[in-house]
Design a protein around this ligand. Structure first.
Ligand code: SAH
Length: 214
């Protein structure tokens, strides 16, 4: 165990009690993962706080609650190949990699992509690939995916991501008509088409790219 054990346990208690995260597998993973490895050195002491924190490139490591919620909504069983857009710090990638078979993560800022991969390897994750590219185009060669998680807010669901989602698969993404606030949306692909449901307001950094904000 490490010096952050107590704040980490408190974080998980709040996820369960206050935020009503019910998937014990998600809570268990977040109780084990060293989130402090994914925040800038100067912010380590704040790593388990109930908010997003700044990382390089003017981006953020998402609030623990939103990481837990998005992961829970994907209902992972351990067998999935997951596409993640907006790897950022790599923390969400580590959560997904602990609950699914293989993670294909895309990040548009080169330095973040490089550092996220280094951190994941250092922690022993071999089942994550991180690519520096515009994730609104998905990652065609590895499609289709059973699950897709987008960690940045776009004006609509990028068309390539819908095409790369397997039938029966689920996609979670923050959608909003401005660059500051969004609604968390889950899209399920069925034999007949796409069904989407809303899961409340949220605030993400913008999804910038060909099929996002310009
Ligand atoms: N889950 C990450 C969230 C990082 S913030 C974490 O908790 O650390 C969202 C990230 O999405 C940023 O790093 C941003 O650079 C990235 N991003 C924005 N638009 C993107 C795009 N079109 N393709 C890939 N990454 C994108």
């Amino acid at each position: 165990m490490d010096e952050f054990q107590i704040p980490r346990i408190r974080m998980v208690e709040k996820l369960r009690g206050h935020y009503k995260i019910a998937d014990e597998r998600v809570l268990d993973v977040m109780n084990r993962l060293p989130r402090h490895h994914f925040v800038p050195e100067a912010l380590k002491s704040q790593a388990y706080k109930d908010n997003a924190l700044p990382i390089a490139g003017g981006q953020t490591i998402s609030q623990p609650f939103i990481v837990a919620r998005m992961t829970e909504l994907l209902e992972l069983t351990g067998k999935e190949r997951v596409l993640e857009i907006g790897a950022g710090s790599g923390y969400q990638s580590a959560v997904l990699a602990s609950l699914a078979r293989k993670i294909f993560a895309v990040e548009r800022i080169p330095n973040l992509a490089k550092e996220a991969l280094e951190k994941l390897r250092k922690l022993g994750f071999q089942n994550v690939s991180v690519r520096n590219a515009d994730g609104t185009n998905g990652w065609e060669v590895y499609a289709p995916f059973e699950a897709i998680l987008v960690a940045a807010g776009g004006p609509s669901v990028p068309e390539p991501l819908l095409q790369q989602l397997e039938v029966g698969g689920m996609l979670v993404i923050p959608i909003g008509d401005n660059q500051k606030t969004q609604t968390l949306v889950r899209v399920i692909r069925t034999e007949k088409g796409f069904e989407s449901s809303d899961f409340g307001p949220c605030a993400f950094v913008p999804l910038i790219g060909e099929h996002g904000w310009k």
